[in-house]
Design a protein around this ligand. Structure first.
Ligand SMILES: Nc1nc2c(ncn2[C@@H]2O[C@H](COP(=O)(O)OP(=O)(O)OP(=O)(O)O)[C@@H](O)[C@H]2O)c(=O)[nH]1
Ligand SMILES: [Mg+2]
Length: 302
């Protein structure tokens, strides 16, 4: 078989399990995950390389419709992943909240004219088990190959994972060489991954609209000494949210800081010093300059 390589976009509703699926297939924690929808904000690449080729997964925000602020960015980002990928995975979950949510995704991917596979996720949710066959049939009726997987409870059946990866490789174009260095599993740098880890911990520890109006930026990343020192800032969209993020006696920010530090230490394989500050930037999501600085501007707008 000839060598294959290309970009494989993950398309699905918010919360369908796209990031969990990519992390599982790449076998690394590349993309952040949370129980709340709209966790992923910009495309994140995860690579898997073998002798037969290289799959470059493109994790995208869940598909939404919006024409303003951060949500408009999420909508455009997902559209660009559909447009720019060589092939697509339609990711549909057995616990989709509305019955036609999965159908919309399958129809959209099938009409993209790109090679695609439908992946039914969260098959471990027992009271939704009957949905697996329904969704697989929906995929096959649109001409796609259907795969089902539980990416979260997966217990190391390497053959099953490899089988999915080989299916993914098959729908990619023939390529003379890999697209990225074969040792790489992501093109994200440590700085950006640290920001995403802090944002993930904010999604875990904060509720209602607060996590959606948060952004994280690194102020200083000092790796000169034996202990890397990271100074980061959590931006909130309203003055009143500052007290919520800090919490009573700074309990919330301390918890976010401790959890983030542990994750960053795992990522960097060393102890780190992490300093978190909270800053209110009212309606930062309506400010073009700040949005651009945070990376929330699509390629087409740039
Ligand atoms: N039970 C079960 N839960 C899963 C599985 N895959 C993902 N989840 C959970 O579903 C939730 C959403 O997962 P994500 O991977 O963040 O979903 P996503 O599609 O990337 O979501 P957005 O980035 O918000 O669009 C998290 O709570 C995951 O733990 C699975 O196979 N089984
Ligand atoms: Mg995601």
């Amino acid at each position: 078989m000839s060598y294959k390589a290309g970009f494989l976009g993950l398309i699905g509703q918010p919360n369908a399990g796209k990031s969990t699926l990519m992390n599982f297939l790449v076998d690394e924690k590349v993309s952040i995950v949370s129980a709340k929808p709209q966790t992923t904000r910009r495309r994140i690449l995860g690579m898997w390389t073998s002798d037969a080729g290289q799959v470059v997964f493109v994790d995208a925000p869940g598909l939404i419709k919006a024409d303003k602020g951060l949500n408009a960015f999420l909508a455009k980002e997902a559209e660009e992943v559909i447009r720019n990928s060589d092939a697509l995975l339609a990711v549909v979950s057995v616990d989709e909240s509305k019955s036609d949510d999965a159908e919309k995704i399958i129809n959209l991917v099938a009409s993209s004219k790109k090679p695609w596979i439908g992946v039914v996720t969260k098959t471990d949710i027992e009271d939704k088990a009957h949905r697996v066959l329904i969704l697989k049939k929906m995929i096959e009726d649109k001409g796609g190959k259907a795969i089902s997987v539980s990416a979260k409870t997966y217990k190391g059946d390497l053959e099953e994972r490899e089988a999915i990866l080989i299916e993914c490789l098959e729908i990619l174009p023939v390529s003379p060489a890999p697209l990225y260095d074969t040792e790489m599993f992501t093109n994200e740098n440590v700085r950006d991954m640290a920001c995403e880890i802090i944002r993930e911990r904010c999604f875990e520890n904060l509720h209602q609209e607060v996590p959606y109006q948060i952004a994280v930026r690194i102020i200083k990343f000092d790796e000169t000494g034996p202990l890397p020192k990271i100074y980061a800032e959590i931006l909130v969209g309203r003055e009143s949210q500052k007290a919520i993020v800090i919490g009573k006696g700074a309990s919330v920010i301390k918890q976010i800081g401790m959890e983030s530090r542990k994750e960053i230490e795992k990522l960097m394989d060393t102890k780190v010093f992490l300093d978190l500050k909270v800053q209110a930037k009212p309606e930062w999501f309506d400010n073009k300059r700040i949005m651009k600085e945070l990376g929330y501007v699509t390629e087409s707008e740039d």
